[in-house]
Design a protein around this ligand. Structure first.
Ligand code: ATP
Ligand code: MG
Length: 338
C-alpha cells in the first residue's frame, strides 16, 4: 500500500503538484489577486469572467480562491466545476446548475477557520466554446440563481463571449507571466524536486514557454524524466519541437535568395519527415523575416498578412503541408525580381 501510494505520488504531473493551493501561492496577476483578497475579507463575490492566454493561472486562481473561501471540508458542497466543452449543450448545463443550486447548504461549522459565505460557486471553464445560443440561455440561468450562487466563467478569447453575459461579470484579464517570475517558479520546482538543471538550460526552457507556465513546467518535468540530471539545451529544443535554426535559415535563404521551387519542396519534405509542426515553422520563420533587412517593409506587411491567413487555416484544420507550400511559394514569388 505504501509502495502504491509513493508510486502514485511520483506519477502526479508537476503542473498539478505545483498548482497553487491558496491565493498566496499564485505568482504574478497581482492586481487581481489583491482584489480577490478584498472580496474574501468582505465575504462577498461578484460573478467573475477570467480571460487570457493558456497556462497563466485562470483555473488555478479560481480554485485557490474557492479553497480560501470555503476550506477543504466545505469545498465539495459549495463548489461545482463544469467544463463547457465537455457538457452536451446548455440544457445539460442548466440541469446541473439547477440541481446544484437547489441542494441545501449546511451552516458553517463552529470555529471553522474559513469565511464560507452563504453562496455556492459554479466554475464554467472554457466558456468560449459555448455557442451564442447557449450563452444567451446562460444569461437567464445566471439571473435565476444569483441569490444562492456565483458564477466564474473562464475562457481564452473574451471576444467570443457575448456582451450581455460579459456585462454581468467582473472581468479580469490574465497576462503571460513575466520571464523573471516564471523562472523563479521553475527554480522553486527544481529545488523541491531535487532537479539539477543548469542556469542557461533553465533560462532557455523558460524563454521557449513565452509566459505559459504550464508549458514551462511540463517541459521541465518531461526533460527531467528523459534526461535526469543531464538536461542540455539541445535536449530541451528537441522536446519542445523547435525547428533547428539551420533548417529555418535554409528555408528563408531558399525563398528570398535562391528562389528555387525544387529546393523549397525538398526542405518542406524534410520538415514533414522530421515531424515539426507547421505552426512552429510559421512562428520561427516570421521572427526571422521581421529581422531580415533585405525584405522591404511593404513585402513584410504582405507576408505578415499571408502568415496570419495561414495560421487561421491551420487552426481550422487545413492540411499542414499544403499550407506551408502555399505560404512559402507566395514569399518566393513576392521577393523574386527576375
Ligand atoms: N499565476 C500562476 N501562479 C502559480 N502557478 C501557475 C500560475 N499560472 C499557471 N501556473 C501553473 O501552471 C499550471 C496551469 O495553470 P492553469 O491551469 O491555471 O492555466 P489556465 O490559465 O487555466 O490555462 P488554460 O487557458 O489553458 O486553461 C498550474 O497547475 C500551475 O502549476
Ligand atoms: Mg484553465
Amino acid at each position: 500500500m505504501t509502495e502504491f501510494r509513493s508510486r502514485r505520488h511520483v506519477l502526479v504531473p508537476w503542473v498539478e503538484k505545483f498548482r497553487p493551493k491558496s491565493l498566496k501561492d499564485v505568482v504574478s496577476q497581482d492586481v487581481l489577486v489583491a482584489s480577490l483578497h478584498k472580496f474574501i475579507e468582505a465575504g462577498t463575490l461578484p460573478h467573475l469572467l477570467f480571460y487570457g492566454p493558456p497556462g497563466t493561472g485562470k483555473t488555478s486562481v479560481i480554485l485557490a480562491l474557492a479553497h480560501d473561501l470555503f476550506g477543504p471540508e466545505m469545498f465539495r458542497q459549495r463548489v461545482m466545476e463544469l467544463n463547457a466543452s465537455d457538457e452536451r449543450g446548455i440544457d445539460a448545463i442548466r440541469e446541473k446548475v439547477k440541481r446544484f443550486a437547489q441542494q441545501s447548504i449546511s451552516a458553517k461549522p463552529e470555529g471553522y477557520p474559513f469565511p464560507c459565505p452563504p453562496f455556492k460557486l459554479i466554475i464554467l471553464d472554457e466558456a468560449d466554446s459555448l455557442t451564442t445560443d447557449a450563452q444567451n440561455a446562460l444569461r437567464r440561468v445566471i439571473e435565476v440563481h444569483t441569490r444562492v450562487t456565483r458564477f466564474c466563467l473562464i475562457c481564452n478569447y473574451v471576444s467570443k463571449i457575448i456582451d450581455p453575459l460579459a456585462s454581468r461579470c467582473a472581468k479580469s484579464r490574465f497576462f503571460p507571466l513575466p520571464k523573471e517570475i516564471s523562472l523563479e517558479r521553475l527554480k522553486h520546482i527544481c529545488n523541491t524536486e531535487g532537479v539539477k538543471c543548469g542556469d542557461e538550460e533553465l533560462i532557455r526552457l523558460n524563454e521557449l514557454s513565452k509566459g505559459d507556465l504550464r508549458r514551462a513546467i511540463t517541459l521541465l518535468h518531461s526533460a527531467h524524466r528523459l534526461y535526469r540530471d543531464d538536461i542540455t539545451i539541445d535536449g530541451i529544443m528537441d522536446m519542445a519541437g523547435i525547428v533547428p535554426q539551420e533548417i529555418i535559415d535554409e528555408l528563408i535563404g531558399c525563398v528570398i535568395e535562391d528562389h528555387s521551387y525544387d529546393h523549397l519542396t525538398s526542405i518542406l519534405n524534410t520538415i514533414k519527415r522530421k515531424g515539426y509542426s507547421a505552426q512552429q515553422v510559421l512562428e520561427q520563420t516570421i521572427e526571422e523575416i521581421i529581422k531580415n533587412t533585405s525584405i522591404s517593409d511593404a513585402q513584410k506587411a504582405q507576408i505578415g498578412f499571408q502568415t496570419a491567413q495561414t495560421e487561421k487555416a491551420l487552426l481550422d484544420g487545413a492540411n499542414e503541408e499544403m499550407q506551408l507550400k502555399s505560404l512559402f511559394s507566395f514569399i518566393l514569388s513576392l521577393t523574386f525580381k527576375g
